[in-house]
Design a protein around this ligand. Structure first.
Ligand SMILES: NC(=O)c1ccc[n+]([C@@H]2O[C@H](COP(=O)([O-])OP(=O)(O)OC[C@H]3O[C@@H](n4cnc5c(N)ncnc54)[C@H](OP(=O)(O)O)[C@@H]3O)[C@@H](O)[C@H]2O)c1
Length: 255
């Protein structure tokens, strides 16, 4: 029986991952804040035979998250933790995002992700096994001018994850960084702009699960977008900026 924890499982990619992994040989621990959506995902996973626990928690609440993870892990040691919860940030009018929005994005996407990942590192390291996937974005390689804080948090997760991966390998803990391109979800729908090669959340879940099963250091897709984003980082900044000019967008607020 494998035990898989997914944060941000009430929607989008997290919900699709939960349904993907759901089966009679799996215990799923699903975190989110919206009770109705979280319960609906949990029911769908139970219908596929999985044992499911849910937790309504804000990932920004470090103390509550740490206590929750300790209790969880002592009841059933976590095999795989997918650190997925995040928000978009940005500005609805296409202006520079407000300080408040930028700090909220950092709190959720970076500090919130580490609030989950780092206690799991400690717990997994102590028993010499486990896998943690940090869900970043192709924006980590190719920062989006309309979402500076989002891009910054995703780049920080990429760097932190890859560095940790090296340190933790000898201790039996695998770290992977997931960098998706555009995915059709509530978050994806908030981007009012060009979203080339957008894929479904189900497709994203299959690609992520395959990459994690292979223990890929970076699970990046679709590969053409990933190659372009990674390659763009090598260009002179003036050329890279020109290439990014097609990726302007505004954030639509509300679901
Ligand atoms: N969609 C894309 O195009 C795309 C592209 C690249 C990377 N990604 C990354 O993929 C991941 C999933 O995105 P998605 O598109 O599936 O987004 P989504 O549908 O908006 O889902 C986001 C999830 O995060 C949870 N969440 C947000 N703030 C939270 C908080 N403070 N505490 C706890 N949970 C919180 C939400 O829970 P509640 O709604 O219950 O609060 C929801 O379950 C994110 O890390 C995102 O950056 C997405």
């Amino acid at each position: 029986m494998s035990v898989i924890l997914i944060t941000g499982a009430s929607s989008g990619i997290g919900a699709a991952l939960a349904r993907h992994y759901a089966g009679s040989d799996t215990t799923l621990v699903l975190q989110g804040r919206d009770a109705l959506r979280l319960d609906a995902v949990a029911e769908a996973c139970r219908a596929r035979g999985a044992r499911v626990e849910t937790a309504r928690l804000d990932v920004r609440d470090r103390a509550a998250v740490a206590t929750w993870l300790k209790t969880l892990d002592s009841a059933h040691p976590l095999d795989l933790v997918i650190v997925n919860a995040a928000i978009n940030g940005g500005d609805p009018g296409g202006d520079v995002e407000t300080e408040a929005m930028a700090f909220e994005t950092v709190e959720v996407n970076l500090v919130g992700a580490l609030n989950v990942a780092l206690p799991c590192v400690t717990l997994m390291r102590a028993r010499g096994q486990g896998q943690i996937a940090l869900v970043s974005s192709l924006a980590a390689f190719a920062p989006l001018p309309d979402a500076p804080a989002y891009s910054g948090t995703k780049a920080a997760l990429l760097a932190h994850g890859l560095a940790l991966r090296e340190k933790l390998k000898p201790h039996g803990v695998r770290i992977n960084v997931v960098t998706p391109g555009y995915v059709k979800t509530a978050m994806g729908g908030e981007y009012q702009g060009w979203r080339p090669m957008e894929i479904s959340a189900e497709d994203a879940a299959v690609r992520i699960a395959r990459g994690l099963a292979r223990d890929q250091d970076i699970v990046a897709f679709p590969w053409i977008m990933a190659a372009a984003a990674r390659g763009a980082a090598l260009l002179p900044e003036s050329l890279r900026r020109l290439g990014m000019s097609g990726f302007k967008f505004k954030i639509r607020v509300g679901r």
